[in-house]
Structures are given as C-alpha cells and as structure tokens.
Design a protein around this ligand. Structure first.
Ligand code: PMT
Length: 349
C-alpha cells in the first residue's frame, strides 16, 4: 500500500513487534483467544520536530475498561493505546481530579499504607492486575501519532494471522481522518511572527508545506488518511472477528452511519455511540442485519456516593454500571458463534 511506502516506519515498531510475537506465540500455544484492543486518540503532527499537533477526542476509558473485561472473559489482550491515556487497572486511580496520594494514609507506626476506606476496592483491582501479570495476558503497546497507529495496526494484524478466528479486533481508538504526509511536513517549528517566516523546503513537490503561515494566518491543508478498515478486513486480518466503533454527536445520524460503516467495510459488528451518552448506551449493528441497544437503566447511571469519598459527593458522573461489562460478554458470545459456525459475517444478536 502506497501509504507505507511514503510514510516512515516508527522507531518503536521493531521492539514492539518482537514483544507481540512472543506474546502471540505463548497464547497460540495455550489455545487462548487474543483481542487487539485499540484505545485513545491519534495525533497529527504539523512539524517533524513536533511542537504543534492536532488531536482526536478519546480519554481511553472505553478501551481500558473493555480490556479488563476481555481479560476477565479469558482473552489475552494486546492493548494498543495512546501513550499516557487510561490503562487497564491503573485507570481506577489515575487521570482523576484527585491525586493518587489521596488514596494513601499513614499507619500508626508512621509507614505509608492504603487508606482503609479504599483497601477493599483496591484489593480487588490489585488481584486482577497481578493475575494478568502472572499469566502474561496483557501486553501494553503505546502509540502517539496516526502514523504510528497505522503501522502498528498493520504489522500486529499480520502477526496475529496464524491465530485465525481465535483473534479479535476491537477498534475503540479515535483515529484521525486527515493528516500531514511525510513529504508535506516541515522540519522545524512553524514561526508565527512574520519577521521569522520562512517557506521551509518541502521535498521535491514544490508545493507549500501542509501547514504554513500566510500573513498572520496559519493555513493547514490536510490529506485524507487512507481507510485502513477495508484493508484490515480484506487483507491484514481476513479470518479475525472485527468490531469497530462509530462516534457521532447527532443522535439522528448514529444508526445510519453505523449501518453505512458496516456495509462499506463488510466486517462483523459496528458499535455506535454518542459523545454525550457513550457511558450508558451503545447501539450494536451486526453483519447479520440485527440491531440492538444496550442501555444502562436511568437509575443506575450515576454511582451512589456510599463507598466514595465525601469530597466526591455530587460531582460523580460515572455510571454505577460500566457498560463495557455488558458489551464484552455480548461480543464474547458473538465470537463463539463465529468460531463455531465458521460463517464469519452472519451473526445473530
Ligand atoms: O475513550 P473514551 O473517552 O471512552 O471514548 C470512547 C470513544 C467514544 C472514542 C469510542 O467509544 C469510539 O467511538 N471510538 C471510535 C471513534 C470514531 O468514530 O472513530 P473514527 O470516526 O475515526 O473511526 C471509526 C472507524 O472508522 C474506525 O474504527 C475505523 O474503523 C474506521 N476508520 C477511521 C479512520 C480511517 N482513516 N480509516 C478507517 O477505516
């Protein structure tokens, strides 16, 4: 594919692929299902030595939470995530408005311990985390840019091919639709003051760089990112179960856009979600033609304050039920159906 001829192979890829190869070999030998979970948003750098970049929305909650439930369901998980976004298990204590030190306290002897209030819940999380480490069922691989994401997705997919239908792709990452190709990217920081404008050389094309100043204005002219999902389905992972997400903000478009994505890419399942309600409702649209909403009931959309810290009362908008605890078992059932029936595209919801 032309994209990979014209855009540089990330420096981290070789070492990540070596880790993934050993991980996949282990789980193939143990006949365990392997899920590649993508999570977080990709960036589009405007300069080679990057000071400025465009980002895609995603905290990584969907991916990190789902990864935990895949592990609970017996899958090994390759977690391809945006660097510094939420991670399985750690997510319970990071990126919150509270400092992690708030979970700690001094013991009577002056040592540092987990505050008694959190010991029970943290003990549960710790036990699951330790199990995943002990069994080597969770591999964390970070990306930042859309280029790193695409290279990783392609190479990991090809590495997973020997797993056949025992492999699953759960594409929760929010991937840039537009980017600056390598031959249209400037090397150095774009200068905003007119006194320092330079039209930096730009390959052999003779065109201005994709991001450049015109007077006081920054002009950004992006290329489309190739639609990788088609390639994933047809070429990189033809025997795997493939699930993509569709994020919309306009409720009237969600079902139609999800159906459209499924028709266009011919994979197994699209999970549609709306920005404002994504934590308590999702729409499953399957290749068999079925559609179904998973909805957390209204009375379970906010956590009860009991068990959480007094200072969190009233500001906690996390649902009492993690919808991923329903999404993942549904997917596991569909995956079993796909493996047993041998007909990858006709799944009954
Ligand atoms: O992390 P959280 O804060 O919890 O948020 C989770 C989420 C809302 C980001 C997640 O649930 C979600 O919806 N992720 C997908 C976001 C989205 O719609 O991404 P997209 O429009 O870039 O891509 C949708 C699908 O199109 C991709 O999975 C991919 O399958 C395909 N695509 C996208 C870009 C591209 N160049 N080629 C593609 O094939």
């Amino acid at each position: 594919m032309e994209y990979f001829e014209n855009n540089p192979r990330p420096a981290s890829l070789d070492s990540h692929i070596a880790l993934a190869r050993a991980f996949i070999d282990q789980h193939a030998e143990q006949n365990r299902r392997v899920a590649l979970v993508t999570s977080g948003g990709t960036t589009v750098p405007l300069e080679n030595q990057t000071v400025r970049f465009i980002d895609n929305f995603s905290a990584g909650t969907r991916g990190a939470t789902s990864a935990e439930y895949f592990l609970e369901s017996g899958y090994a998980v390759i977690f391809l995530h945006r660097q510094f976004s939420l991670l399985p298990y750690a997510r319970h204590y990071s990126h919150s408005t509270n400092c992690f030190l708030d979970y700690m306290a001094f013991s009577s002897s002056g040592g540092v311990v987990i505050d008694t209030e959190y010991q029970h819940q943290m003990g549960d999380v710790l036990a699951k985390y330790k199990k995943a480490k002990h069994d080597n069922t969770l591999l964390l691989l970070p990306f930042t840019t859309v280029n790193e994401y695409l290279w990783h997705l392609r190479d990991l997919a090809m590495l997973m091919q020997p797993l056949g239908p025992n492999s699953l792709f759960y594409l929760a990452a929010a991937v840039s639709d537009f980017f600056v190709p390598a031959d249209r990217m400037v090397e150095h920081k774009i200068q905003s003051s007119e006194e320092f404008h330079s039209q930096q050389p730009n390959g052999n094309s003779g065109e201005p760089p994709a991001a450049h100043m015109e007077g006081k204005r920054l002009i950004i002219d992006l290329d489309p990112v190739p639609k990788f999902l088609k390639l994933l389905v047809d070429k990189w992972a033809p025997h795997s179960m493939i699930i993509s997400f569709k994020l919309e903000t306009d409720p009237s478009m969600l079902a139609e856009k999800s159906r459209y994505a499924l028709k266009k890419y011919s994979h197994h399942l699209v999970i549609g979600n709306l920005l404002n309600t994504r934590k308590w409702e999702v729409l499953f649209v399957s290749a068999g033609g079925g559609e179904k909403w998973l909805r957390v009931p209204a009375n379970r959309r906010t956590k009860s304050v009991s068990g959480s810290r007094p200072e969190d009362a009233g500001k906690d908008s996390e649902p009492a039920v993690e919808i991923e605890s329903w999404i993942v078992p549904e997917i596991e059932k569909l995956h079993t159906q796909m493996i047993e029936n041998g007909d990858p595209r006709e799944l009954a919801l």
